[in-house]
Design a binder for this molecule. Sequence first.
Ligand code: ADP
Length: 442
Amino acid sequence: MTPIRRSLLLRLAWRQSLLRLLLLYAVAVLVGVRLGALPWVLLAVTAGVAARGYWRLLRVTRFLDWRQQLRTVHGQGMWAALETLIHRRQTETRARTRRLVGLLRAYRQAATAMPEGALILDRRSLETIWFNKSARRLLGLRYPQSLGRPLPTLFNDPRVAAFLREGIADEAINDLPSPVDPELRLNLRLLRYSDREWLVVLRDVSQLVRLEQVRRDFVANVSHELRTPLTVVHGYLDMMEPDDNPDWAPMLGEMRRQSQRMGDLLEDLLTLSRLEARDELGDEPVPMQPLLTTLRREAEALSQGRHEIVVDDALAADLTGSPKELHSAFSNLVSNAVRYTPTGGRIAVRWAANADGGATLSVQDSGYGIPAQHIPRLTERFYRVSTSRSRESGGTGLGLSIVKHVLGLHGARLEIESEVGRGSRFSCVFGAARLVPRPSAN
Ligand code: ADP
């Protein structure tokens, strides 16, 4: 009912009631005068009016009780209008409640039927308030016994508690073993949907993890299997002397170059497989002074005097980690700088402190540079800006992938800045936890 119709109904009812009351009292006055007992008749009529009002009030209050539905409206006038309004309000409210309950039930059913596990947690205590069927299966929860249990206590992994306490919403924990079956690998994601509650979504990623493992094993096995035949070919090629058969000399040279390239590729693939299989690399001291000297020597050997090479050791601290892998990563950056810088260019290797207490090893060149759109993809396997330039200079397309993996295993990151035609800077940024003071010389 619209507000206009409602006020019209009330106005009509009000007039009708007043008219009827006036009429009643007019008749009462007439009868009272005729009977000569006006006060008594007026009293009797007033008592009747009051009694009727009281009865209607009783009826209305009874129907205002939520459980009783007002079915018929009695008579006309103000009381009837009031009953009509109550009846309409009741009908509207009931319809709205039914709609909301239906909607709520549908949402609940959808959340319960979701293939992903869903849990609602209390943000402060991290206790479980609600969970769906999939969460029950993935985490071995029981209803209602598991309600109120803090989620981190289910997992034997400190990452979960830290993740939930810090409320990290943009990332996910991947490859988390399920408490019911360690073969079941989960992806856990947090959605901060209200101030007091959090939604945790769990996905079964066992199949993906298995496929990833199969892929890794396949690459590692193929690389390994190819190594022996290649070594044999390599050996025979080395034994063949171009001077014995001068006509074959160009062919022999090309075959040697290509077999060398294949060897380098296999070595890089095996290095990557090895790095991917590790969760961390050692914690040995990595003396930076000799490492920088080696890098200078390698750069000079590769450059053959075509570039100016500068090494700056500006920090009296060393790293901790794996000396072999860190050397391989830095060496890759230096080799790239030499290969992608034309003759006459400058290459600067610098080991220096950062403002946050960490340190950076940077390799800067004045080479070709890299167009901005390629930079985010450089660390992907076999991603090259110019395939021909990479191949000509003996690249495998795996160097920066290896660098990224080695740095990741040291809790460090690779930053790349570059400008086409002016050069590039590759920086390996280490946290303070990876630094140790350099032992004094004496
Ligand atoms: P590659 O073996 O091809 O050098 P990397 O993974 O080491 O493979 O590098 C990937 C690509 O990044 C290279 O092909 C090259 O296009 C680009 N790149 C790497 N370092 C530099 C650099 N210092 N200057 C210009 N481009 C570079």
